[in-house]
Design a protein around this ligand. Structure first.
Ligand code: M6R
Length: 617
């Protein structure tokens, strides 16, 4: 939800900011803007539409300078207009500000500022924040020593703010300086060679430096051309910890692929290898995790698990639930993070809480984590982005290690969550009743997952053909059972988010309790038909659909016999262990959705109305 970049240094800030915005565009693409400070003037160019459009406007206006800020917007307050695009400038012309987040008490602050003579050009909460800084600045005495008037006016303003923010601010009276701050919206400081960059995530700065400081909630960063300092809202100085990003700029580029989603689908074998590296015990019979900060003894005391997440990560939790209950025989509950945070549901006292989040910044998941901690529960995180809010606030965690996922539709993050879920189930099962030999078999199966995924990916040309056939439909059902019911949900989500085809996921046998009413030759159904003890039941459901003229695409285990004529198209998947099946079954639905979206001419990596990381409620 919105991407921000700020640059202080000796280079052309505009080019660096535009490059950063391009990489952050997945966070929002309603409008974009840039502001540079030059000769005690703030020059702003902003426009609705994508960063490419902004770049053309910037070139026309010959914007240049060595200090600047830029923003790509996912609209919350106010429509998609040039006026609502960021940066916003205070009505006295002294400050320019970019913002990611939501200022909840903006209406009362706006009323106050209107009474004081401040004026507004937009409908945004951000412009209110900018004017409030100007208001505090006007009251702030000039200082010869200590924190500058600029920093203090931002600090005072933020003390009055309710809501979430990642901000970067310029002030005409402090050339070459930026003040940034965060609360519940990510903000990273890149420490380069005679330059500093603030950004919503590392992809925007990794081409210039791999040394970063992950700012914490309530921290304020002050950048000057020669140094940076960090302090808190309470004016305490913070000693910064400089971390190193372990991936490089090429990991955040799509290379020869047409879309990031395509690249990330085909990266999955390697992503899975990275996610499992070093995570099996020396005797090869169980999983091991370095960062959980919980002893085996404490683990054995756990009687229930609670998993919370949103979207695709929630589907991964549902698969994990199935595997933990099946192999470790421990009850698991899964909730939408957005519901859990308000539901006040009773929890068993010996519950271990898990959240899953690729970005680690999803506000609902973060709030669920905080709510569980507030109730005194220990919370573990499965998370991909190192140093994210969720990673920092969790009591322990497992990093996914799949590198940056840029496509809005989650793919490699999903399968690595499935893998980690399967490893958690194994770890718990081996602590209880799973035998050594079953453990070894399970581990070998997981180690074989990358090759099975490579094999499943070979169906891409065939799936592309099938996608051509089905791209014109308006509705689709995805049906699966047991561990593949969540895959049916995921298939439907993938299809609707990138191709805008209405799709529903159901447990296959539930279909006859309502959704079957939708079936006709105009509503195809995608069936998961793996080899299993309930294969014949799945075939019966397929026949019920066929009897009503519904076209069927079957994702079936290689070699299983489907009755003649029951499926119109078959996508084979390799036979595999139950713990690996959901990972392998994810591949055809990802490819099918991808190729259908391409066929329909959709903007696959930037689907309408969506953003990669949802940092607003
Ligand atoms: O970063 P997170 O894993 O917390 O994101 C959760 C969802 O917003 C995300 O999975 C979303 O559903 C994806 N667009 C699905 O492809």
């Amino acid at each position: 939800m919105c991407g921000i970049v700020g640059y202080v240094g000796k280079q052309n800030a505009v080019a660096i900011i535009l490059e950063g915005l391009k990489r952050l565009e997945y966070r929002g693409y309603d409008s974009a803007g840039v502001c540079v400070e030059k000769g005690r003037k703030l020059d702003v160019v902003k426009k609705t539409g994508r960063v490419d459009r902004l770049a053309k406007e910037v070139a026309k206006s010959r914007l240049s300078g060595t200090t600047g800020i830029g923003h790509t917007r996912w609209a919350t307050h106010g429509g998609v207009t040039d006026a609502n695009a960021h940066p916003h400038v205070s009505s006295d012309g002294r400050f320019a500000l970019i913002h990611n987040g939501v200022i909840e008490n903006y209406a009362q602050m706006k009323k106050f500022l209107l009474g004081k003579g401040y004026t507004f050009k937009s409908e945004t909460d951000t412009e209110v924040l900018c004017n409030l800084i100007a208001y505090h600045y006007a009251k702030e005495p000039k200082r010869a020593k200590g924190p500058s008037r600029f920093v203090e006016s931002v600090r005072k303003t933020l003390r009055h703010v309710e809501g979430t923010y990642g901000i970067a601010v310029l002030c005409v009276d402090f050339p070459g300086e930026i003040v940034g701050a965060r609360k519940a919206s990510p903000l990273i400081l890149g420490v380069g060679d005679q330059e500093y960059i603030l950004a919503s995530d590392a992809s925007a700065l990794v081409s210039r430096t791999q040394n970063v400081v992950y700012l914490k909630d309530g921290e304020i960063a002050h950048l000057t051309p020669k140094a940076f300092s960090i302090s808190t809202l309470d004016q305490d100085d913070v000693s910064p910890v400089v971390d190193t990003i372990t991936w490089s700029v090429s990991d955040a580029e799509k290379g020869a692929h047409a879309h990031f989603m395509e690249k990330e689908i085909f990266e999955q074998p390697t992503a899975l290898e990275n996610a499992m590296r070093g995570r099996f015990s020396a005797d090869g019979s169980t999983a091991q995790f370095g960062g959980l900060n919980i002893t085996p003894g404490e683990f054995r005391e756990i009687e229930r698990f609670m998993f919370c997440a949103c979207g695709t990560a929630w589907h991964a939790c549902l698969v994990t639930e199935h595997l933990i209950e099946r192999f470790a025989r421990i009850p698991v509950e899964v909730d939408y993070a957005s519901e859990f945070r308000y539901r006040n549901s009773p929890l068993h006292p010996r519950t271990l809480f898990f959240v899953m989040s690729q970005s680690g910044e999803t506000i609902d998941t973060l709030a669920a984590l905080r709510e569980a901690k507030r109730k005194g529960y220990r919370v573990m995180a499965v998370n991909n982005v190192v140093g994210s809010s969720i990673a920092r606030e969790a009591d322990g965690g497992i990093y996914q290690h799949v590198g940056p996922e840029v496509g809005v539709a989650s793919t490699k993050a999903f399968t690595s969550q499935l893998l980690i879920g399967a490893m958690i189930a194994l770890y718990l099962a081996r602590m209880r009743d799973m035998s050594f030999s079953d453990g070894v078999e399970y581990v070998e199966a997981l180690k074989g997952a990358p090759d099975l995924v490579r094999h499943a990916l070979k169906q891409a040309p065939r799936i592309r053909e099938i996608a051509r056939k089905y791209a014109g439909y308006h509705d689709m059902l995805f049906l699966g059972r047991l561990s593949l019911f969540p895959l049916a949900l995921e298939g439907a989500l993938k299809l609707k988010e990138i191709s805008y085809i209405h799709a529903e996921g159901y447990p296959a046998a539930e279909m006859k309790h309502g959704p079957i009413a939708l079936i006709s030759e105009k509503c195809p159904a995608v069936f998961f038909a793996p080899k299993s003890e309930i294969f014949s039941k799945i075939v019966s459901s397929m026949q019920e659909i066929k009897a009503r003229k519904g076209p069927i695409i079957a994702i079936a285990t290689e070699g299983v016999e489907l009755p003649k004529g029951v499926a119109d198209d078959v996508i084979p998947i390799p036979d595999c262990h139950e713990a690996v099946l959901p990972i392998v079954a994810a591949i055809p639905v990802q490819l099918l959705s991808y190729y259908i979206a391409v066929e329909r001419g959709c903007d696959v990596d930037k689907p309408r109305n969506l953003a990669k990381s949802v940092t607003v409620e």
